[in-house]
Design a protein around this ligand. Structure first.
Ligand code: URA
Length: 209
C-alpha cells in the first residue's frame, strides 16, 4: 500500500498558502509565494536524504564534514513547475534540472508529452517531480513513468495543492513514490480544476490569465 501523502503543517507555509490562493494576489507576489512555499516543501522532502562523511579544511584545521550521498535531479513539469524548480535550485545549486513538457488535452484530460529533456541514461540517484497542481494526476503519473523508463532509482513528487482524485491516481500508478504537498483540497470540478484551489498555476505565475 502507498504511504499517506506528507502535507506540510508548517505555520509559515499555511499562512503563505492562503495568500497564494487569493484572486487579488498579483503575478509578482504569486511567483514569490510559489518560491517560498516550494523551498519549505523541498527542505521537508529532502529530510531523509542520506549523508556521507567528507573531509573539510577550515582556515584553522582539517575536520570531518558530511555531504549529500545522493545526486539530486529536479524535474519540473512545464510550465507551471518552473517556479518551483527555481526555488529548489537556489536551495541546492548542484542539482540538475530535467524539463518535461506535458499538457492536458482539454477534451480527454489526458497528458500529452511535447518536450522531454531527460538524459537517456540519467546519473541522478534521486529525482523530484515538480508540479504545483496535482489535479487528475495524469501529468505526474506520466512524468514519473518517463523517469522510471530512463532508470531513475528513487523518485519523489512535490506539489503545492492536490485534489483527492490526483493523489489516488498517483498512488495507484506509482505506490512507491512519496508525495509531498502544501494542501489537499476538496475535489475537482467538471473541467478538471481543483476546488477551492487557486486557479491556473501557470497563468497566475506568468500573468497570462
Ligand atoms: N492545473 C491548474 O493550474 N489548476 C488546477 O486547478 C488544475 C490543474
Amino acid at each position: 500500500m502507498a504511504p499517506s501523502p506528507q502535507v506540510s503543517t508548517h505555520p509559515l507555509l499555511v499562512h503563505k498558502l492562503a495568500k497564494l490562493r487569493s484572486c487579488t494576489t498579483l503575478p509578482s507576489e504569486f511567483r514569490q509565494l510559489v518560491y517560498e512555499i516550494s523551498q519549505v516543501l523541498f527542505y521537508e522532502a529532502t529530510r531523509d536524504v542520506p549523508l556521507r562523511p567528507t573531509r573539510v579544511v577550515t582556515p584553522l584545521v582539517e575536520c570531518e564534514g558530511r555531504e549529500l550521498a545522493e545526486k539530486i535531479g529536479l524535474v519540473p513539469v512545464l510550465r507551471a513547475g518552473l517556479g518551483m524548480a527555481n526555488a529548489m535550485l537556489d536551495a541546492l545549486p548542484e542539482a540538475s534540472v530535467w524539463h518535461i513538457g506535458l499538457y492536458r488535452d482539454h477534451a480527454t484530460l489526458q497528458p500529452v508529452t511535447y518536450y522531454n529533456k531527460l538524459p537517456p541514461k540519467p546519473d541522478m540517484s534521486m529525482a523530484f517531480v515538480l508540479d504545483p497542481m496535482l489535479a487528475t494526476g495524469g501529468s505526474a503519473v506520466e512524468a514519473i513513468r518517463l523517469l522510471k523508463l530512463a532508470g531513475t532509482p528513487q523518485i519523489k513528487f512535490i506539489g503545492l495543492i492536490a485534489a483527492p482524485e490526483g493523489v489516488a491516481a498517483l498512488q495507484a500508478a506509482h505506490p512507491n513514490v512519496p508525495i509531498h504537498l502544501a494542501a489537499i483540497d476538496s475535489h475537482l470540478n467538471e473541467i478538471g480544476y481543483i476546488i477551492p484551489g487557486l486557479g491556473d498555476a501557470g497563468d497566475r505565475q506568468f500573468g497570462t490569465a
